[in-house]
Write a protein that binds this ligand. Structure first.
Ligand code: URA
Length: 308
């Protein structure tokens, strides 16, 4: 099966788990999806040379027939592969109502705060850094991992790089409260024997933690994602092409437009106005994509001497 198929399958499973976590026990399926599910299972069983249990029709509702007989949400994350008809429908799965969404988010937060999947990070962290902002945000920023300040305060992007990110957000006429900000890793990467300094998350740590970010994105459903730096790009897109090549070029994360740009920490290390301007140009593209008004002053921000 292709990577795209597995991505869609993962997305569908995550969405079903999110629904389940928020109290949803049943979903309706169209007659076409049911037929496709049954057909797929039969096809698989033929190729596997064993009898296939068909989806139990009495547990399935042929929407829109009222009352909707339900399909139980999966008990675990191990369902059989979802056929294309369901998998491709993933982006169109119904969004949660405000209360169910808030409950699902609170449930996710609780699970993240209690996570000990990386024992070395669970024992070295002061706080888990879940994420901050508006869970209905149209724009979501994704960074790498908490640093010392974030670990101390339990909030992403509050240190020097975070202050610069806040300025960028404000220059877009937005606030931290209107957008959502999260990281690939929810714990600060430990630096044994050191009291200062940061390190890049390991591939193993990223793989372990990324399902939480996927769930956050699934729930928030932003219109645009901004990946800050190469680790965020790698975590979300699996691309290691290098941020210098990718920045400023629209990418797609499961149907959501994603703009890679430099991490604000890079801008602090490299103060060249030309680099700041690149990030600003990326943000102008984001604003355009979101249909935000852009003033002449904003357009010329980094052309004026004062901004450099
Ligand atoms: N850098 C990041 O990538 N994330 C933070 O939260 C802080 C600094």
């Amino acid at each position: 099966m292709s990577d795209a198929y597995h991505e869609l399958l993962d997305a569908t499973i995550r969405h079903l788990e999110t629904l389940k976590a928020s109290g949803v026990r049943y979903i309706s399926l169209s007659p076409e999806a049911i037929a496709s599910l049954n057909g797929s299972r039969q096809r698989r069983s033929v190729s596997a040379r064993r009898p296939a249990p068909a989806v139990a029709p009495q547990r399935v509702a042929a929407a829109p027939a009222p009352p909707a007989a339900p399909v139980a949400a999966p008990k675990t994350a191990q369902p059989d592969p979802v056929p294309a008809a369901v998998a491709t429908a993933s982006p169109a799965l119904p969004s949660l109502g405000p209360e169910a969404k808030a409950a699902a988010f609170a449930d996710l937060r609780e699970r993240v705060l209690a996570c000990i999947r990386c024992p070395h990070l669970a024992s070295s962290r002061k706080n888990v850094v879940f994420g901050v902002g508006n869970i209905d945000a149209e724009l979501m920023f994704v960074g790498e991992a908490p640093g010392a300040d974030e670990d101390e305060q339990g909030e992403p992007f509050v240190g020097k790089a975070g202050q610069l990110l806040t300025k960028i957000i404000q220059a877009m006429n937005l606030t931290r409260e209107r957008v959502y900000i999260a990281n690939i890793l929810k714990c600060r990467p430990d630096t044994p024997g050191q009291t200062t300094g940061n390190r890049k998350p390991t591939p193993q740590e990223m793989q372990t933690c990324i399902p939480f970010l996927h769930e956050q994105i699934d729930l928030i459903r932003p219109k645009v994602l901004v990946a800050l730096g190469s680790t965020a790009v790698e975590g979300l897109l699996g691309k290691t092409a290098g941020i210098t090549r990718l920045r400023g070029t629209w990418q797609t994360y499961r149907g959501i437009p994603l703009m890679p740009t430099y991490h604000p920490a890079y801008l602090l290390r490299n103060q060249a106005p030309a680099e700041k301007r690149k990030v600003w140009e990326d943000m102008l593209q984001v604003m355009e994509r979101l249909g935000m008004p852009i003033s002449e002053k904003q357009r010329r921000y980094f052309l004026s001497a004062s901004a450099s």
